[in-house]
Design a protein around this ligand. Structure first.
Ligand code: HEM
Length: 196
């Protein structure tokens, strides 16, 4: 298997899930008002809180993960939108996924990291609507001008698993289930709030 092939196969395998999420998210309507935007960020906060912890445990590489964590960014946006710190930490959270090892953790991180790409477009839309520049828009600005370099580095990281079909299956499976968990969480709402 070619090394470059893994990313292409992963993108193809997750394309239907990406399209389904994009179709269900209804993001333009949700960010049209500040209340709707705050609600969407609140859902994203819960998702990132749980997924980033699970990814950290499975990946066991904090130096790679740290610059890709976005929980603090979404918390700062919620703070800017007037949500008190106690309300932010009390936001509902989904059930934690099983990410058994670096390959599965990398598959889940692919989804979170890839969301920074379409997020640039969403961020520009929100900036135009609500006049935010950086405060209030940290989650969607994400890596900002470093977006291209961060994505290139992430794609390079995928190469570690390019010659290992078992690892690739774990990575792809985790990416597909992260997409569907995200769709359920963002589009259907909290079903089983975590006990934290
Ligand atoms: C939270 C929801 C979303 C998630 C988790 C997500 C995830 C991803 C992922 C993993 C990729 C990388 C695909 C690859 O391997 O090349 C990607 C790319 C992309 N996404 Fe999304 N996405 C989301 C929402 C959206 C939405 C709503 C849009 C449309 C506004 C969008 C537009 C795009 C675009 C245009 C790219 C390609 C960017 C490029 O190649 O430069 N995404 N997304």
């Amino acid at each position: 298997m070619s090394r470059d092939g893994l990313h292409a196969r992963l993108r193809a395998a997750t394309d239907p899930a990406h399209r389904a999420l994009e179709a269900s998210l209804d993001w333009q309507a949700r960010v049209a008002t500040l209340d709707g935007y705050r609600d969407l960020l609140g859902r994203l906060y819960g998702f990132h809180a749980v997924w980033e912890s699970a990814i950290a445990a499975g990946l066991a590489d904090e130096s790679f993960l740290a610059p890709r964590r976005r929980l603090a960014l979404v918390a700062s946006d919620l703070d800017h939108l007037g949500l008190p710190p106690s309300a932010i930490t009390a936001l509902p959270k989904p059930v934690s996924p099983m990410l058994d090892g670096p390959a599965a953790a990398t598959g889940a991180l692919y989804v979170l990291e890839g969301s920074t790409l379409g997020g640039q477009l969403i961020g520009r839309h929100i900036a135009g609507l609500h006049g935010f520049s950086s405060a209030g828009l940290a989650y969607y600005r994400a890596h900002g001008p470093a977006a291209g370099a961060m994505w290139a580095a992430f794609r390079k990281r995928l190469e570690i698993f390019g010659d290992d079909p078992v690892a690739e299956a774990a990575l792809t499976g985790a990416a597909v289930s992260t997409f569907s968990a995200m769709r359920a969480w963002l589009c259907d709402g909290p079903e089983t709030p975590a006990a934290t």
